[in-house]
Design a protein around this ligand. Structure first.
Ligand SMILES: Nc1ncnc2c1ncn2[C@@H]1O[C@H](COP(=O)(O)OP(=O)(O)OP(=O)(O)O)[C@@H](O)[C@H]1O
Length: 349
C-alpha cells in the first residue's frame, strides 16, 4: 500500500467517525470553562478542560497550585456550575440540574472525602456511628447499617477503630474512616480532594492504598485530586492539569514477561484536546529549539513536528532523497501551528 493510499484510508475513516465526545464514559468534561469575577478582574480557572473517566477507574488529578484542580472538583461534586462547556456524571447533566436534583445527585451518585478531617467526620460520634449516620438519614434499618458500617471499616483496615472517636485516632485513621463514611450509601463515584494534604508520607501511603482497595474490592470509581507527586504509584492513570486544561497523562500497566514475571510499566502521554491542541513538553521544545511556529507532516501512522528552519532547495540540483532530519517537501499536508484556517468554531468549540 502506498503512503497516499494509506492516508486516503485514514481520511475516509475520519469522515465516517460519528458519536458524541465521551459516549460510554462515566464522567465527561467537555471544553469546560469557569471564569471567576473578582473585584472587576476575570480569572479563568478552567480554560476548555476535557476529561473522560471510565466506570471502575481510579484516576489521580495533579497540578500546581492554582491550576484549577479544586475548581474542577467543585464542578464535579455539584457545588459549582461552569461558565461554559458540558459536564455529565452517569445520567446526571451537571449543567442543567435543578437545586433539588443537585441534592439528590450528591446523596445518591457521589461521595466525598475532603482534606480537612473535621469536614468529613463528626467529632462526638464513634467511627461506627459516623459511618452509620448517612445510612440512617437514607432510612436504612439499624441492623443493616451496623453491619455495613463494620464491613466498610474492615475494608479500609480500620475495623479496630469502630468504637473510637476522631480525637482517639491518628490523621491517617481518621481519613480512612472518612472514606468509609463517604461510601456509606454506595455511591458510584468517590471524589477525594487532597485527602493526604495534612498527612506525612507513610500515613499518606495508607490512605491512598485505602482508595485503591475501595476501587478494587467495591468497584467504586475514584477520582483523587492531589499535590502529592507520589500518588501515581497508587493509581492506574494520573492526569496533569496546567492552566485550567489537561496537559499530560501517565498510565500504569502491568506487563507480564514471557517467563511470567510481572512488572509495572508507566507510560507518559500528551493530551490532545477537542480542538486538536497538544502541549509539547518543555524539554522537547528546548532540545529542538521549537519556537513560535513549527511544521507538521501527516505520515501514515503518526504526525511529525519539525522546527521552522529553511530547507535546502530541491529540484534537478538539490538532494533527490529526503535526509532523515528534514521535513518532507510541501505536499499540502504541512501546516504552521495552529493549522491555517482552523478556527475555534470549526473545531467545535
Ligand atoms: N472563588 C474564586 N474567586 C476568584 N478566583 C478564584 C476563585 N476560586 C479559585 N479562583 C482562582 O482560580 C484559579 C484556580 O484555582 P483552584 O483553587 O481551582 O486551583 P488549585 O489547582 O485547586 O489550587 P490549590 O492546589 O492551591 O488548591 C486560581 O487562579 C484561583 O486564584
Amino acid at each position: 500500500m502506498t503512503v497516499t493510499e494509506s492516508l486516503g484510508a485514514l481520511e475516509e475513516r475520519a469522515r465516517r467517525r460519528t458519536g458524541t465526545f465521551g459516549d460510554g464514559a462515566l464522567i465527561v468534561c467537555d471544553s469546560l470553562v469557569r471564569i471567576y469575577q473578582s473585584e472587576g478582574v476575570e480569572v479563568q480557572a478552567l480554560q476548555g478542560l476535557d476529561l473522560l473517566v471510565e466506570s471502575g477507574e481510579l484516576v489521580a488529578i495533579v497540578g500546581a497550585s492554582g491550576s484549577g484542580k479544586s475548581t474542577l472538583l467543585a464542578v464535579l461534586s455539584g457545588l459549582d456550575v461552569p461558565t461554559a462547556g458540558r459536564v455529565r456524571v452517569g445520567p446526571w447533566d451537571l449543567m442543567s440540574m435543578t437545586a433539588r436534583q443537585r441534592v439528590d445527585y450528591r446523596r445518591s451518585m457521589v461521595g466525598f472525602v475532603w482534606q480537612q478531617t473535621a469536614r468529613n467526620i463528626v467529632p462526638y460520634l464513634t467511627s461506627a456511628e459516623n459511618v452509620a449516620f448517612p445510612m440512617a438519614l437514607a432510612g436504612m434499618p439499624r441492623r443493616a447499617r451496623e453491619k455495613r458500617a463494620a464491613e466498610l471499616l474492615d475494608v479500609l483496615g480500620v475495623g479496630y477503630c469502630a468504637d473510637r472517636r476522631p480525637a482517639q485516632m491518628s490523621g491517617g485513621e481518621q481519613q480512612r474512616v472518612a472514606i468509609a463514611v463517604a461510601l456509606a450509601n454506595s455511591p458510584e463515584v468517590l471524589f477525594a480532594d487532597e485527602p493526604t494534604g495534612e498527612l506525612d508520607t507513610a500515613t499518606s501511603h495508607d490512605v491512598l492504598e485505602g482508595l485503591r482497595t475501595v476501587n478494587r474490592e467495591l468497584g467504586t470509581t475514584v477520582v483523587v485530586v492531589t499535590h502529592d507527586a507520589g500518588v501515581s504509584e497508587h493509581v492506574q492513570r494520573t492526569v496533569a492539569i496546567r492552566d485550567g486544561r489537561t496537559s499530560s497523562e501517565v498510565v500504569r500497566r502491568t506487563h507480564t514477561a514471557e517467563d511470567g514475571t510481572e512488572s509495572v510499566v508507566a507510560e507518559e502521554y500528551a493530551v490532545l484536546d477537542r480542538a486538536g491542541r497538544v502541549q509539547l513538553p518543555r524539554e522537547y521544545r528546548q532540545t529542538l529549539d521549537l519556537v513560535g511556529r513549527v511544521r507538521l507532516a501527516l505520515e501514515s501512522s503518526h504526525v511529525s513536528v519539525w522546527p521552522d528552519r529553511p530547507t535546502p532547495p530541491r529540484g534537478p540540483h538539490g538532494p533527490q532523497t529526503r535526509p532523515h532530519d528534514e521535513p518532507p517537501a510541501h505536499t499540502g499536508r504541512h501546516a504552521a501551528v495552529p493549522a491555517p484556517g482552523t478556527t475555534d468554531e470549526e473545531a467545535g468549540r
